[in-house]
Design a protein around this ligand. Structure first.
Ligand SMILES: NC(=O)C1=CN([C@@H]2O[C@H](COP(=O)(O)OP(=O)(O)OC[C@H]3O[C@@H](n4cnc5c(N)ncnc54)[C@H](O)[C@@H]3O)[C@@H](O)[C@H]2O)[C@@H](O)CC1
Ligand SMILES: Nc1ncnc2c1ncn2[C@@H]1O[C@H](COP(=O)(O)OP(=O)(O)O)[C@@H](O)[C@H]1O
Ligand SMILES: [K+]
Length: 507
């Protein structure tokens, strides 16, 4: 049986919406599935009581209530409070307008105890109190609700997860509903299959609810859940990331600056460019936001390796490659720096660095961002045109190299060797040089916001593509890579939670 974690489920749910399947449809399908299973398993039950929480799990419960009422059952509802989420609230209002359904609101244990006769009245009880959104120790009146449901003789039907059970581990921290049947959605939550969970789960039925398989592969708004953009009130410089960019040469000075500017726009505290002198001085001239460390001579060479390795110690992420060129000792220097850092320092390798890294094994948090030509230089393989075949080739090479590979193109294919994500944002206007450097800066920045490099790369591709779309919406096919930089903050703020958490709360 395929399993899924509650976080993966949250992502699939939000990304299904990104693909055009409204979340209200998912909720309707979920609640209808619960009703259908109750009618099938308990055909002679005429009195159904639903106990609904204040989240979407409760929302599913309200949908099931509506369907069972329509099927001629006598249905009552105990609501543990007015739902806050829009979808659950809409279904709550719809149930309250049904004059044939009695709804009681119980926000305290006392109010619940006054409704104990309802729990005794029921032939079947729907547990729609808590699902995958359970956090921490049970609060009231949820804890009392679980207790009273367990005391009641009627069989319990749990919506998605028996309330009180941890959906990912199957542990019961305080108490949980002992269900006769659990109707879970889309895929089994890992915790439901834990041996210790069996006495709470009862019979397990997995019901599809209309989430397309692509929702688990496409990059979308849900993926932002892996990244932390919030800040503590007592933050200090450096808390939100320091990125070192090793790039540039006599010929190229813009690339490393685009990387650094993109990283700053995405939300790091410091972006420093270590570049051969001509590029470093050019970078300094480009504005006050970038710190540039000049490396003697016209290009990166072996004499710089020690300096860069020790400089890197003071940074969270190192991006290497943009604008380095492939002349002279540069490839040897890249290999030497890579060998010293991979597995010890989160790394993003792009552009000219990739040509030098063919045959190298990566370790730890390392992300490669090749386009098709660089992929061939890196692996010797021309990426196939078909998306399925391309996914397989990227996955295989990510696995054999030991790095996350983000293969750029009309669709960006990202894999860590096992999981795969496909980014569909972007526009042909982005073939202008430098948009890959902006992407590298985004990857570097997001590696300071998560420990999941696959998701850092996936969200970077997503943001880069949308920034390109927004720039192209204004300028058509006349954008430059710099035009993406100012679009980055707006794109991120559309999807990321950027709270300021009080200084006192633990990180
Ligand atoms: N993710 C998906 O793909 C779908 C999810 N759906 C339903 O949505 C559920 C997840 O909904 P939510 O994320 O809103 O979360 P839940 O509805 O599972 O729980 C969140 C609610 O419970 C409260 N709560 C959390 N922990 C608590 C505790 N320890 N003590 C007391 N109260 C607590 C929260 O304040 C919030 O009101 C799923 O289990 C499923 O039933 C369905 O609508 C179908 C689609
Ligand atoms: N035809 C396209 N449609 C949509 N996005 C594209 C297209 N071509 C490139 N991109 C996007 O442009 C960005 C950089 O592509 P790339 O070819 O690597 O540029 P660079 O040469 O600057 O590295 C990537 O984010 C990629 O997704
Ligand atoms: K539940």
């Amino acid at each position: 049986m395929e399993v899924i974690t509650s976080l993966e489920m949250y992502v699939a749910d939000r990304n299904a919406e990104w693909l055009g399947v409204p979340r209200l449809v998912l909720m309707e399908n979920a609640g209808a599935a619960v009703a259908r299973n109750i009618l099938k398993k308990y055909p002679h039950a005429s009195r159904v009581l639903a106990v609904c929480g204040t989240g979407d799990n409760g929302g599913d419960g309200y949908v099931a209530v509506r369907h069972l009422h329509a099927a001629g059952k006598e249905v009552r509802v105990i609501a543990l409070g007015e739902p806050r989420e829009e979808l659950a609230a809409r279904n709550y209002q719809a149930v309250k307008r049904l004059w044939g359904v009695e709804v009681a609101v119980a926000q305290s244990p006392l109010e619940l105890l006054a409704l104990q006769d309802w729990l005794m009245w029921a032939d079947v009880i729907i547990d729609a109190v808590l699902g995958t959104g359970i956090r921490g120790a049970l609060r009231e009146p949820h804890a009392t609700a679980i207790e009273l449901m367990n005391i009641a003789p009627a069989p319990k039907v749990a919506v998605d997860v028996p309330s009180g059970l941890d959906p990912d581990t199957g542990e019961v921290r305080d108490k949980a509903v002992k269900a006769a049947l659990t109707v879970t959605f889309h895929k089994a939550k890992k915790g439901l299959l834990a041996p210790s969970a069996a006495r709470y789960v009862g019979e397990l039925v997995v019901e599809p609810i209309g989430i397309p398989p692509e929702a688990e592969v496409v990059v979308g708004p849900g993926d932002f859940a892996y990244l932390n953009f919030s800040r503590r009130a007592d933050s200090k410089k450096g808390d939100h990331g320091r990125v070192l960019v090793v790039g540039g040469s006599l010929e190229y000075s813009g690339a490393p600056v685009l990387v650094a500017k993109a990283a700053l726009r995405a939300g790091v505290d410091l972006a420093v460019v270590a570049a051969p002198e001509p590029a470093a001085y050019a970078a300094k001239a480009m504005g006050p936001d970038i710190i540039a460390v000049p490396l003697e001579g016209p290009r990166l060479s072996l004499k710089h390796v020690d300096r860069i390795a020790s400089l890197a110690e003071r940074f969270d992420v190192v991006a290497i490659g943009p604008g380095l060129g492939t002349e002279g000792e540069t490839p040897d220097a890249v290999r030497e720096i890579f060998r010293r850092l991979t597995g010890r320092k989160p790394l993003v390798a792009d552009a000219d660095a990739l040509k030098a890294l063919r045959g190298e094994k990566a370790a730890g948090i390392t992300v490669y961002t090749p386009h098709a030509g660089e992929f061939k230089a890196l692996t010797g393989v021309d990426p196939p045109h078909g998306l399925r075949e391309r996914v397989e080739v990227v996955r295989q090479h990510a696995s054999s190299i030991g790095a996350v590979i983000l293969l750029k193109g009309r669709y960006d294919v990202i894999s860590d060797g096992s999981r795969v994500k496909v980014n569909t944002t972007g526009t042909p206007a982005m073939t202008v040089g430098g948009t890959g450097d902006v992407l590298t800066g985004l990857v570097a920045s997001f590696l300071t916001k998560t420990t999941n490099p696959l998701e850092a790369a996936a969200v970077a591709a997503f943001v880069n593509g949308l920034a390109g779309e927004e720039a192209a919406a204004q300028l058509g096919f006349h954008i430059t890579a710099s035009d993406l930089l100012d679009k980055i903050p707006g794109v991120i703020r559309k999807f990321a939670r950027e709270d300021v958490t009080p200084a006192s709360s633990r990180a």
